[in-house]
Design a binder for this molecule. Sequence first.
Ligand code: UDP
Length: 327
Amino acid sequence: MSPPDDIHSSSPQSFLVTGGAGFIGSHLVERLISEGHRVTVIDDCSTGTFENLCSLQHNDRLTSHSCKVSECRELEDIVQRADFIFHLAAAVGVELVVNSPIRTIQTNLRETEVLLQAASHHGTPVLIASTSEVYGKSLKPVFVETDDLLIGPPTFSRWSYACSKLMDEFLAMSFFKERALPIIIARLFNTVGPKQTGRYGMVLPRFIEAAKRDEPLRVYGDGNQSRCFSYVKDTVHALLRLASCQRARGEVFNVGSTNEIQISELARVVIEVLGSKSQIQMVPYAEAYSPGFEDMHRRKPSVEKLFDFTGFRPSTPLRDIIQQAAD
Ligand code: UDP
């Protein structure tokens, strides 16, 4: 394994972070600013909020644009001045996706296309944040980047998210091949931590909120479905390592934790860690989402490729993450 080039030790650089006011984006922006870099954020605040960046309110190395990428009049200038782009702007959250599939598809396709087009005019490298959803209904115990993908039919809106993000991946890869645009694709698995909201369906912030109020934790389905939860600061660390790794360009990476937990067990652990009096309430999928909703039974990444290229893999223990998120 060759050692990663280090973005941190180099002189200050200029970054564009789309979706920088979102949950993961804001942690990334805070980290980049703390390392002395300049950052421009473009975020339409559809699911994010600039309150996530309030700690940087008076920092003159941060510039914010509250608009869509496709509606940002200064986009070409910003992209030209940037040394690197993190493209995180996207529709997020299973509930939002199920309730607003048109918005999901349009946001994910249009904004990425505009961004890649601008980046290709200036040759600015781009890391595209994709998603573990692209693995769809695969029953493989561990998902590897080269796997075939098994997406459900268009009659179930959930899959519009996976399909639109997958098209983003194809488009990015095409810009790499046809226009020599340096791109990196990061498939983010369940990422959790401080500032995440449960408003759009994410399980851990919901459980934590309920546990703090001693209200029931609502576990969907039979609760046997499992996920691997990565601490947001680990995810950000992985993204920075990838950004500074020349070898990573034109490649796809899983980014996530490999510590698997069933959702009913997660509920139990949250109650225990927070010393809550909450009960666990089982809720049928049809009631939680809509009739015929299809969930993924397991979703575990292989992060061998990430480790091979960057020497890093997320490893913060779940109980520590729960405590951090609750605080
Ligand atoms: N889930 C749950 N209760 C909730 C929200 C989600 O039991 O209040 C379940 C959901 O059905 C899924 C898992 O928790 O099996 C993770 O859901 P999330 O929306 O956080 O992420 P994703 O489904 O994208 O992995």
